[in-house]
Design a protein around this ligand. Structure first.
Ligand code: HEC
Length: 298
């Protein structure tokens, strides 16, 4: 009787096991049928996580690299500025400390090389005049509609604060650490911009890209209305840095980061000062407290 019962129970276990195996293999079959379809959709839906670059301005002691900012400005001026405005930047900002740090003379020359719309004059007309250091960078298009009309409907966003307007979460569990002081991750925006500029690849065969759109693995939806703006050698550097897409991308991203946060150097310097002061002050308070209470019986 006992034998029979144990036989029945082992039979039950075997059957349950078999049942599970059947369900599992059925699920596998279904998954393998739908996987290619899902993958094709994935190829469009999910963008890649941006690459993590090694920025000079990351971390508590981070500082902008002046030479890099100058190169980045050159890339902006010669390439990106044909489509993207940078409205919040005035020529004279480029002489601020902690930025590109151009001399006053260089700024005057740079400003004069631009034509600025001004007016009305006494005759009530608008006219063009050479730029002055206090002028802001003129936009390449008169307005958003003109930009869209020229760019098959896409709008090149203003670059003044774009590096900080974009970003990404590194996902669990990294994002928990990313919020902590001292090791906080604040480079999501620049990592994204630099990745985006190097993210143009051949679209997979099953993905159809409409006219005026390009396949970019870092853009959300993997389609972007910006033609690949960079190619090796398009900008000439005079400081010996490599003239490659990869280098241009990092330099212009760093420049965009500076434009979005021009006071980063000062912010980090003051932060270190304040924390050091608080540490010393906490030590002094501790010893003062010990001294005051040392004569009280407790
Ligand atoms: C030929 C015009 C053109 C040039 C040159 C160009 N862009 Fe763009 N850019 C666009 C357009 C159009 C969009 C909007 C794309 C969209 O919304 O699909 C865009 C979008 C972007 C975006 C935002 C992507 C997002 O997440 O929405 C970034 C960042 C960017 N460009 C950076 C640059 C940089 C840096 C350069 C210079 C190296 C540059 N672009 C040169 C046309 C241009």
């Amino acid at each position: 009787m006992r034998k029979l019962r144990s036989f029945a129970s082992s039979l039950r276990i075997t059957l349950v096991g078999l049942g599970r195996a059947v369900i599992f293999s059925a699920a596998l079959v279904v998954a393998s049928i739908f996987a290619p379809i899902a993958q094709a959709n994935d190829a469009l839906k999910h963008e890649e996580h941006p690459k993590l670059y090694n920025w000079s301005f990351a971390g508590v002691f981070g500082r902008y690299d002046t030479a890099q900012l100058r190169r980045g400005f050159k890339v902006y001026k010669e390439v990106c500025s044909t489509c993207h405005s940078i409205k919040m930047l005035a020529f004279r900002n480029l002489s601020q400390s902690g930025g590109t740090e151009f001399s006053e003379r260089e700024i005057v020359e740079l400003a004069a090389s631009y034509k600025i719309k001004d007016g009305p004059n006494e005759a009530g007309e608008f006219f063009d005049r050479p730029g002055r250091p206090s002028d802001r960078f003129p936009a390449p298009f008169a307005n958003e509609q003109a930009a869209r009309a020229a760019m098959s409907g896409a709008y090149p966003p203003d670059m003044s604060v774009l590096a900080k307007a974009r970003g990404h979460s590194r996902g669990f569990p990294q994002f928990l650490l990313d919020a902590l002081p001292f090791i906080a991750y604040q480079e999501g925006g620049v990592d994204y911009v630099a990745s985006l500029l190097t993210g143009y690849v051949e679209a997979p065969a099953e993905v159809k890209i409409p006219d005026g759109q390009y396949y970019n693995i870092y853009m959300s939806g993997r389609r972007i209305g910006m033609p690949p703006p960079l190619s090796d050698g398009v900008v000439t550097y005079d400081d010996g840095a490599p003239q490659t897409v990869n280098q241009y991308a990092q330099d212009v991203a760093a420049f965009m980061m500076w434009s979005a946060e021009p006071h980063l150097n000062a912010r980090k310097r003051i932060g270190i000062g304040v924390i050091s002061f608080l540490l010393v002050f906490a030590g002094l308070l501790y010893f003062t407290k010990r001294r005051i209470w040392s004569k009280v019986a407790h």
